[in-house]
Write a protein that binds this ligand. Structure first.
Ligand code: ATP
Length: 328
């Protein structure tokens, strides 16, 4: 596979009256051709700074970036035609229709106006194209934004939070659109906080925390590297589930009871569960690891899982919280 986007050792420091803030602290990312790549990170972790730096809107302090094999910002004028991006919500004139808006943008970008009909169709706005933008819902404005980024038939499409504010139907449509674009050969880089969505849409992901990459790879690889640390325990039929759960709780296990099984949340050594129960003549009929989802991985790697009784401050997002083990 060839990389459409490569970033290595990217650094960006903001200097303010209150001191220096490392928004990007040696950040690396690789996006392969034809992928839908998810870019995930907590608030303030550096996603927008990365995307804006990539597009030449911010000057980095250090690091290398290349789009389609050409180093940027040096070659940005040549690669700009191949990149469509929505990094900040674009502002459209409310009194213009979508068709007029896109036609003007096509003229400004030297794109044939025939393309306007195609992109309107692609984002599902064809039937409303002659209505004024101020009558559009948020989701329709998002579609118009995507349409504007697609005008020049980019090879790389960069979208910052495209599903923001969309209803479930809109999110699903955006998902289908992303997949269709990817199937047509486009590479899509997508930042989002909707982790379930990313898991469904994306082929690969990069997770950033406090300006550094904390993991990357195909969605399945990233999930495989992380188990949730929990196990599901089923006992022989007729055995007192509640009694068994109490036994494990007394030994420090975090047990959640379900109808006909229970899960142990901090089971770093599952053999302890079988041993403790067997010592009381309670036998386990099933013990399976509970697989992690992208949200578990995200919370673990970025240390942003909520802690009871504490209000997390955004600035703490760089701190990593270890998961407590049991029975080691
Ligand atoms: N112009 C600026 N001046 C000073 N600090 C800034 C500036 N822009 C961003 N920052 C800081 O850089 C850090 C990274 O911000 P950035 O906007 O890249 O995060 P993000 O991952 O996009 O966050 P979110 O998910 O909330 O959009 C934050 O601490 C932010 O306060």
């Amino acid at each position: 596979m060839t990389a459409v986007l490569e970033i290595s050792g990217l650094r960006k420091t903001y200097r303010g009256r209150k001191g220096v803030r490392n928004a990007l602290d040696g950040f690396d990312m690789v996006v392969e051709a034809g992928q839908v790549h998810g870019f995930l990170g907590p608030n303030g972790s550096g996603k927008t700074t990365t995307l804006r730096t990539l597009l030449g809107l911010i000057k980095p302090n250090d690091g290398r970036m290349a789009i389609l094999g050409r180093e940027v910002p040096r070659h940005l004028p040549e690669v700009a035609r191949e990149v469509g991006a929505i990094v900040e919500s674009p502002q459209f004139f409310g009194n213009f229709t979508a068709e007029t808006t896109l036609s003007l943008l096509a003229d400004a970008g030297g794109v044939n106006r025939n393309r306007v009909v195609s992109v309107l169709d692609l984002v599902g706005l064809r039937d409303r194209a002659k209505e004024r933008v101020k009558t559009y819902s948020l989701g329709m404005k998002q579609r118009l934004a995507v349409a504007s980024a697609l005008l020049k038939e980019p090879k790389l499409l960069i979208l910052d939070e495209p599903a923001n504010g969309l209803d479930p139907g809109g999110i699903r449509e955006m998902r289908t659109l992303m997949r269709d674009l990817s199937d047509s050969g486009m590479t899509v880089l997508l930042s989002s906080h909707i982790l379930g969505e990313i898991q469904l849409i994306c082929d690969s992901v990069t997770i950033i925390s406090a300006g550094k990459r904390v993991t990357s790879g195909s969605v399945s690889e990233v999930l495989a590297q992380h188990t949730s640390g929990a196990v599901k325990v089923r006992l022989e039929p007729g055995v007192d589930l509640m009694g068994a759960a109490q036994l494990l709780r007394a030994a420090g296990a975090q047990v959640a009871l379900e109808k006909d099984y229970f899960t142990v949340g901090n089971a770093s050594n599952p053999a302890q569960i079988t041993k403790l129960l067997a010592d009381q003549q309670i036998y386990v009929s099933e013990l399976t690891p509970v697989s992690a989802d992208l949200e578990d991985v995200f919370l673990e790697l970025t240390g942003t899982a909520p802690v009871e009784g504490q209000n997390r401050q955004v600035d703490q997002s760089a701190m990593t919280a270890g998961k407590g083990g049991w029975g080691q």
